[in-house]
Design a binder for this molecule. Sequence first.
Ligand code: ADP
Ligand code: ADP
Ligand code: ZN
Length: 209
Amino acid sequence: MNLALLGPPGSGKGTQSEKLVRKYGFFHVSTGDMLREEVKQNTPLGKGLYGILKRCELVQDALMIELLGQYVTHFAGKSVLLDGFPRTVPQARALSAIVDVDLVVVLSAPVELVLERMGGRWVCSACATTYHTSFAPPRQQGVCDRCGANLVQRTDDQPATIRRRYGLYTTQTQGVLAFYQNLGKMVRIDGTMNSDVVFETICQAVEKK
Ligand code: ADP
Ligand code: ADP
Ligand code: ZN
């Protein structure tokens, strides 16, 4: 089965993805991580993406679809967990030809909570595991529990850019929710709950499918 996790920035997609991968062995596809890796490696594509990511604009649909299409070889035949894709209706339509999504889980969280969460978010510079200074602290400050690499803050986790991304989600991604609701594939989950409770609720939805 293939799953897509949607929700505004800070709703817990990365955190829940990690738990889902551990429990069910999904192949995790985070388009945000994919794009940041291109920028970090300074590839020709990454050079063009730098400004777009910095301004927190959405990357063009055609490019995103092409990127995901190229990435297919990595997950062909595996159960995939999409994190951050699709974000627009054209992406959702194009996805149908690439992966058959069985379940779309939408995590909800108000902007005030998201601002609080993102202010304390730290991410592993090597494996992208996510931490929070108070809600999910690493065992040793500044060091990844899983691989020992150092933790960094994302340059786009500033209050003004968080608000902008939240606004973009509200305007651009609502159509995607309607798209999957009409297909009877969508489940909304309250992302403000404790992360273990959110996880259990997602697992129930997965197992029902
Ligand atoms: P967030 O924390 O806002 O959910 P992500 O890590 O998923 O952010 O994505 C970071 C940035 O990468 C976005 O602000 C956007 O510029 C770009 N991006 C990621 N996924 C997509 C997508 N499916 N379509 C367009 N742009 C994307
Ligand atoms: P997204 O991938 O949707 O942008 P993350 O999973 O990176 O969100 O979560 C954003 C921040 O909030 C991280 O620092 C994470 O540790 C923390 N977090 C995630 N889920 C919860 C939760 N249910 N309760 C409290 N903090 C959370
Ligand atoms: Zn790590």
